[in-house]
Design a protein around this ligand. Structure first.
Ligand SMILES: O=C(O)c1ccccc1N[C@@H]1O[C@H](COP(=O)(O)O)[C@@H](O)[C@H]1O
Length: 199
């Protein structure tokens, strides 16, 4: 089994959190970005995060939200990491870093290496995060960044292994590809994804 880092995102129920943890996820994500079928409030995220053992990273997912809102939701929910999908600059990362958060920077742009904005992990995603649409990670134009980076966007149990082999990603992140309908996770697909990712 490989030591590929696997994050399962967009969890909304205790059962799905337990399934992801038991199946070996390294990180679980709770969406605070508005307008997603996966959005949860801070109270729900707090209850879910409390089930997660210390060795598994809990991540709050944000998109273009003000720094004070990110701070408040992070504090109230107790998640340890912040994943930013907006166009926040390095100073935004610096402010959160000073508060001791683990930082994931999500982008669909070409990036040379992880850490340029002070992030701990870089997430290379589709332009429309959470849509389940794959992007051209297999094309010759794509060049992988240096350092710890996660591949996301349209991954599922059927394509994740090939995606990792093709790109050399350090880790993977998934939401739509482990759902039986939009916004509703499938425990079987969560297990199948983690198993296939590390096969
Ligand atoms: O999952 C969402 O709804 C979401 C909303 C806003 C920003 C990020 C979101 N999720 C991230 O999108 C990818 C998963 O994409 P896919 O559904 O597997 O194609 C992953 O990085 C999630 O953390």
């Amino acid at each position: 089994m490989s030591d590929l880092f696997v994050k399962i995102c967009g969890l909304k129920t205790a059962h799905d959190v337990d399934v992801a943890v038991e199946a070996g996820a390294d990180a679980v994500g709770f969406v605070f970005a508005p307008g997603s079928p996966r959005t949860v409030d801070a109270v729900t995220a707090r209850e879910l995060a409390a089930r997660v053992p210390a060795g598994v990273l809990t991540v709050g997912v944000f998109r273009g939200q003000p720094l004070d809102e990110v701070r408040q939701l992070t504090e109230e929910s107790g998640v340890r990491a912040v994943q930013l999908h907006g166009d926040e600059g390095p100073e935004y990362y610096e402010a959160l870093r000073a508060e001791g958060r683990t930082l994931l920077r999500a982008t669909a742009e070409r990036v040379e290496r992880c850490g340029e904005y002070g992030e701990d992990l870089l997430l290379i995603d589709a332009p429309d995060p959470g849509s389940g649409k794959p992007w051209n990670w297999g094309s010759e134009e794509f060049s992988a960044p240096e350092g710890r980076w996660l591949l996301a966007g349209g991954l599922n149990p059927g394509n994740v292994r090939e995606a990792v082999q093709t790109t050399g990603a350090w880790g993977v992140d998934v939401s739509s590809g482990v759902e039986r309908e939009r916004g509703v996770k499938s425990p079987d697909l969560i297990r199948a994804f983690i198993e296939a990712a590390r096969r």
